[in-house]
Write a new protein. Structure first.
Length: 229
């Protein structure tokens, strides 16, 4: 570690003061032997917290890289802002009625839809909630959401992706590769604050090999920050 015995004692004292370890001193276990008599039970009890903290730091790094990639790659974005696009989406989808016939891409995404992921998407995105009817919102909270409601949810997310200007080829390939996780990634981009080039940001996310894990973590963070209802 590149530290001296005095430094080790100081670090152990800090760990003990913060309740990460317990040092039990007896006649045979004196302070002159800082490596002896250390009870690691508190560390074992908090392993889940440690893993969560490590994953949080890793996700922060991944998010920073996605932001940097998005800055370098417009991915076809035009001069229209995401905000103006969202207004247009609302107008079109408010008049949307009936059960849309799903495309092949939608069917692939629907096949991988899980109630937990759909629920996370809705709770993390007030914008998405506003694009769906109250009846659909109720149906989508079921453990196994019905197909028509999933189709309308997919249509709402797809409209947002088109407004971003993302290539239809890239989006179709993403749906084929990642399924429902690609739709969840678009919802993350929909709600993420401070993203200047949303199409590039989404394109960067869709290249992630473990997209499902990444989007679940990102959606939970959005919910925890109070972005969702």
């Amino acid at each position: 570690m590149g530290t001296c015995e005095r430094g080790i004692r100081r670090l152990l004292s800090l760990l003990e003061a913060n309740h990460w370890i317990v040092r039990r001193y007896t006649a045979s276990n004196r302070r002159s032997r800082p490596e002896a008599g250390i009870d690691l039970a508190p560390v074992a009890a908090r392993l889940a917290d440690l893993r969560e903290a490590v994953e949080w730091v890793a996700e922060e790094g991944r998010e920073a890289r996605r932001q940097a990639d998005a800055e370098r790659d417009d991915a076809g974005t035009g001069s229209r802002t995401p905000e103006s696009g969202m207004e247009d989406i609302s107008v079109r989808l408010k008049s949307y009625s009936g059960n849309p016939k799903p495309t092949a891409s939608v069917q692939r995404a629907e096949a991988g839809a899980g109630g937990e992921l759909v629920s996370l998407m809705l709770h993390a995105s007030p914008r998405l909630q506003g694009l769906l009817s109250p009846h659909d919102l109720i149906d989508l909270q079921r453990p196994r959401p019905p197909g028509p409601a999933l189709n309308r949810l997919t249509a709402a997310v797809g409209a947002f992706v088109r407004e971003l200007g993302l290539s239809s080829g890239i989006w179709t390939e993403a749906l084929a590769r990642h399924g429902w996780a690609a739709l969840a990634a678009a919802v993350v981009v929909m709600e993420r604050q401070g993203v200047k080039r949303r199409a590039g940001y989404l394109c960067s996310m869709l290249r992630h090999p473990k997209l499902a894990e990444t989007v679940c973590h990102s959606l939970r963070r959005l919910v925890d920050k109070g972005c969702g209802a």
